[in-house]
Each structure stands twice: as structure tokens, then as C-alpha cells.
Design a protein around this ligand. Structure first.
Ligand code: HEM
Length: 144
């Protein structure tokens, strides 16, 4: 083992440290895919998410790909979504669907269960849920 510790983050000035992204903490692309697949499997299977499911197309393949591409970039990994579709404009892209507090909360609950099911570390789950709530809440477009 090397005794040279100059490459360790605590021995580098703060502005030269490499940020560890949430994408890396999750474990990269395959794990993000696993999370998204579990999210849509639950949406498909669980009666409590029937309202959310009904907003989506009969086949979820396209939705799975888009959320996977988006989350990779959102988590600090490759910008697959932007490469394909340009700026995310997420709120505008959700305007065709009526999203109120019930839809927001179903989306969040479905994501929370998916994160538990794929065994993300608990502190990462909490961090991501907080950040996702801001995005999901911003997506509301009907006053109910
Ligand atoms: C707040 C509750 C939400 C509801 C009810 C909802 C619902 C939907 C629906 C019905 C679609 C269309 C699916 C398709 O075209 O196959 C969609 C697309 C999408 N959603 Fe959501 N969503 C919500 C929150 C979120 C959040 C929080 C994110 C990101 C963190 C997100 C990311 C996306 C992406 C990236 C797309 C694809 C957009 C496109 O290219 O058209 N959604 N969503």
C-alpha cells in the first residue's frame, strides 16, 4: 500500500477536490436503471399508484428510458437526456398531465419504495427524496 497520501481528498485544498456525485454514490448507470425499472414496476403493480399509472401510456418502455436518461444527468452522471432532447424543461413537458398534490405524492411514494427495494443507502435515499420533492412539487399544475 502506498504511504503517499497527497491524493486523498482531505489533503487537497477544497477547490481542487473531486466532487463525488450522487451518480457515483448510487453505483453508476446499471443501478440507476435498476431504480427506474423498480419505480415503473411498482407503478404498474400497486393499486395505490393507479391514478399515477393512468396518466402514463399503456406501454411504459419509453417512460422508463426517459426517466433513466434524465436521472443519470440529474444525479451528476452522463447527460443522456439533454443529448437527445435538449433542455429538460420538465415543468413544460408535464403540462399535458394534470398534476396536483395527489399525483405528486403518489410519484414520491412510488420513488421512495423503489429506493428501498433496490437498497440504496438510507442517507442517500433521504438526500435524494428531499431534492426530488422540490422538483415534483414544482411540477404541480392544478390547484388541488
Ligand atoms: C409530480 C408528479 C409526476 C407525475 C404525475 C409525472 C408524470 C409523467 C408522465 C405522465 C410522463 C409522460 C410519460 C411518457 O411520455 O412516456 C412523464 C414524463 C417524464 N417525467 Fe414525470 N411525472 C412526475 C414527476 C416527475 C419528476 C419529479 C421527474 C424528475 C425527477 C420526472 C421526470 C420525467 C421525465 C424526464 C419525463 C420525460 C419527459 C419527456 O421527454 O417528454 N417526472 N411524467
Amino acid at each position: 500500500m502506498s504511504t503517499d497520501s497527497t491524493n486523498q481528498p482531505e489533503n487537497q485544498p477544497e477547490d481542487q477536490r473531486e466532487e463525488i456525485t450522487a451518480y457515483e454514490l448510487i453505483g453508476g448507470e446499471a443501478r440507476v436503471r435498476e431504480l427506474v425499472d423498480r419505480f415503473y414496476d411498482l407503478m404498474d403493480l400497486e393499486p395505490q399508484f393507479a391514478g399515477l399509472r393512468a396518466l402514463h401510456p399503456p406501454l411504459l418502455d419509453g417512460s422508463r428510458d426517459k426517466l433513466f436518461w434524465f436521472l443519470c444527468g440529474w444525479l451528476g452522471g452522463p447527460n443522456y437526456f439533454i443529448e437527445r432532447f435538449g433542455h429538460p424543461r420538465l415543468r413544460a413537458r408535464h403540462l399535458p398531465f394534470e398534476i396536483g398534490t395527489s399525483e405528486r405524492d403518489q410519484w414520491m411514494r412510488c420513488m421512495a419504495l423503489a429506493m428501498q427495494d433496490v437498497n440504496l443507502p438510507e442517507n442517500l435515499q433521504m438526500r435524494l427524496m428531499e431534492a426530488l420533492f422540490q422538483t415534483a412539487d414544482w411540477m404541480r399544475n392544478v390547484p388541488r
